[in-house]
Design a protein around this ligand. Sequence first.
Ligand SMILES: Nc1ncnc2c1ncn2[C@@H]1O[C@H](COP(=O)(O)OP(=O)(O)OP(=O)(O)O)[C@@H](O)[C@H]1O
Length: 435
Amino acid sequence: MGNVATRKRPGCHHTARSDENEEEEDGPARKRLRIAENHTENEYQKLAFKSRLQKLKNCRPHLKRRTYKVEEADPRPPLPRFIVDDYDNYEKPETANRKEFAIPWFEHLFLPEFPTRSVINEKSFILERQLGRGSFGVVYCANAIHDSERKFAIKMQEKREIISKRAVLQVKREASIQRLLPAHPFIARTYSTWQTRTHLYSLLQYPTGSTGDLFSIWRQRGSLSEAAIRLIGAELASAIDFLHRNDVIYRDVKLENVVLDQWGHALLIDFGLAKKLKQGCSTGTICGTLQYMSPDVASGHTYSHYVDWWSLGVLLHILLTGIYPYPNSEATHHANLKFIDYSTPIGCSREFANLMDRMLAVSQTHRLCSFTVLHAHPFFRSINFSKLEQKDYTPASEIGNAEYDTYQQNDETLDDALFKENYDFDRFDYFNDRF
Ligand SMILES: Nc1ncnc2c1ncn2[C@@H]1O[C@H](COP(=O)(O)OP(=O)(O)OP(=O)(O)O)[C@@H](O)[C@H]1O
């Protein structure tokens, strides 16, 4: 038999092989190929495979051809469907051409804002004490296991509660807004979020040596001095302006959502009602805390970022006088809110009185609706906002030096409604983009 050049066929994994063997093994296939010469390489392989299989069956008839799926034998653990931490695109996940894996729906529901596998998790901390309670769970002060000096706030929310209150979109939005926000000295940072089968976790900035939230401080100490209010008000104004410049409307400025550190610096927490809203755009959801709600929100018409300045006005008014500017203690629904019977605070400086008149004016034409105007207002004239953001001032030294005594601070004069919690979210449509 003469030498025949061996041609290695593409896709064939055999290495050195004698021509005879090849002839013998693929004989029938070659014959058929000769008949139909325009067969493709692929068909050639198929025929060769069939012929080999036939031969095998002849010697071992009990063998049957088995289908083999690569996916079945893949030993790697399944990956989440969306790219974890891809917060920019979370609203339009790219699923096309991606393998879908079975993730329990109660985990999938909170992806990607709350990843299921996270390097930082609840085992990395020792819970120290409870800081407060929210609608869906508890907030704890915690120490990092590997750095006992560092304290954090850990918000632990129950998935069951969130789902039953139809607030899935709300908590996801809160997490994504907070995580995407650049750092600001007066806004609590969210360092990480993750989930277990039953709970959602958020690792938050804890104000050093925290003295609690502004509501508790105000209840303990009564009215603050104008100097303290000026500093705290300026810090909050800086935080609100920062949010607006980053296309976020906050919608829940109130005493309970401000915590103070040991130097009295404010830290804005709880982004539960915040929403991404481009400057110049408006939204229409009626939400917030009744007593802090601006007439624009309560009216049911569309509104924009400026409603946060109204709520800040209410907060500053309470800090000084201990009462709400508009007596709405009986209101249980936004439709019952009345914006009448406002009177300018007495016994305070003219600047503060004027600031209140401007921030709490029902007519938008007279109302202070921007940071630029607030910044230039005589009440804040002495504040250098660059220094303020460097934390050059110390509000703590001013807290407790109240000189405002027109209103006697006792439990009876405290407006009952101050103890009423968040507004009933009956008109929220969490699964609708309107929120
Ligand atoms: N970063 C923090 N540092 C210190 N205390 C905090 C922090 N975050 C929350 N708290 C405390 O926990 C309480 C509840 O927190 P938070 O308001 O964020 O929870 P929530 O579930 O969003 O509540 P809500 O029902 O008001 O939406 C706060 O009033 C505050 O006292």
